[in-house]
Each structure stands twice: as structure tokens, then as C-alpha cells.
Design a protein. Structure first.
Length: 202
């Protein structure tokens, strides 16, 4: 297991109205389609009821990703990550502490979590197109997502920040960016995909 980093993830999630128009706007902003990802996200809950992640707004996720070349569709690599996400720090735009590490033996991690009585909540399949662009001097990653159990498509715009003092300034950058894409703050969905899927299935 290799530790990657401790970052703040600043992210917007929006339901797409017109996917062709969105892609045109991304191309106008010189975005580059860099990868196609097929992911299986398995979520776990804390084994002690006094710390229910659904109530504390935390998340523990084991993600298996198959990455393909967007032009040839040939598989480039497969990776597995274990991610902890802290509670959301903002009411409008999702801002959370994120700890991520690469996993070499996914099955062993699953066995460890099971041995520690972590509860497997659900596994969700995601298909994602990845775009990267420089927006006014800032690197932004955009994901166009199709999520198992959820109708339609969604897009996420994300910036990773190391210094929490810069969070407010990067929020403004993301707000400006989504306006360029034809959306507003009111279009931002506050819930995670996990929350949306569980709500739909309940």
C-alpha cells in the first residue's frame, strides 16, 4: 500500500442538461479528453454504531479502476485505491479532506476490513470520461459520469488543494468555470453519488 497524499477536494456535481453542448463548451475552453475510466466503488461503514458514516458525513471507499485510452479504447492500466473522505466543510460546494493510498492487493484489504468488522454498504459501477484543462491559470479536472442506478449523466469539476487557506479562492474559480459551461450555483447537487443511489434504492 502506497500513501499518495492528504489534500482538500473541492468539487461541483451537476446533472447534465445537454451533453453535446457541454462537450462543445469544454472543447472551446481547450479541454483535452485524457482517459476513459470504468470504476467499481465499494463503500464501507464503521463497525461501531456510535460512528455511522452516513450520519458523520464521512466515507470509506475501495475503488477499482480500469483506465482506457480515449482514442483507441485500449486498456492502459488497472489500479486500486483506498480513500477516506472527511465531512463536507461547505454547504454549497463540496469541500472535504481526502486521504488516498494505492492498494497493491485489493483482496487482502477487503479481508482486513472484513476482519475488523467494517460493513460493506454497496458497490456502484461508474463510467467516466476524463477531461483536463487550464482555466485562467488553474488546472481543473472534469468528469462526465454515467452512474449505475442513476438516470441521465452528470459532470463533476474538481480542484485539489494542499493549503486550506486557498479553499475560498478556488471555490470562486469553480463557480466561474461552471458558469462558462452554462450552469449556476443553483445547479450544484449537494449529495454524493452514494447518497443519491442509496436514497433512490430505499
Amino acid at each position: 500500500m502506497k500513501v499518495i497524499l492528504h489534500m482538500f477536494e473541492i468539487e461541483t456535481k451537476i446533472k447534465i442538461v445537454d451533453i453535446d453542448l457541454l462537450i462543445k463548451k469544454l472543447m472551446d475552453l481547450k479541454a483535452k479528453r485524457t482517459a476513459i475510466l470504468d470504476q467499481i466503488d465499494t463503500y464501507y461503514n464503521y463497525p461501531v454504531e456510535s460512528r455511522d458514516f452516513s450520519k458523520t458525513d464521512e466515507a470509506l471507499r475501495l475503488r477499482k479502476t480500469t483506465e482506457s485510452d480515449p482514442k483507441t479504447l485500449k486498456k492502459r492500466k488497472e489500479v486500486v485505491d483506498l480513500t477516506y473522505k472527511g465531512p463536507n466543510l461547505d454547504k454549497v460546494i463540496k469541500t472535504r479532506v481526502e486521504h488516498v493510498c494505492h492498494v497493491i492487493e485489493a483482496q487482502k484489504i477487503e479481508e482486513i476490513l472484513k476482519a475488523l468488522s467494517f460493513k460493506k454498504i454497496i458497490a456502484i459501477n461508474k463510467h467516466r470520461e476524463v477531461f483536463e484543462l487550464n482555466y485562467n491559470g488553474n488546472n481543473i479536472e472534469v468528469l462526465i459520469d454515467t452512474i449505475e442506478h442513476l438516470p441521465g449523466s452528470y459532470f463533476e469539476a474538481e480542484i485539489l488543494v494542499k493549503d486550506d487557506k486557498l479553499i475560498d479562492s478556488y471555490k470562486k474559480i469553480l463557480f466561474s468555470f461552471i458558469e462558462e459551461c452554462g450552469y449556476t450555483k443553483k445547479d450544484i447537487l449537494p449529495k454524493t453519488y452514494l447518497e443519491m443511489v442509496l436514497e433512490l434504492k430505499s
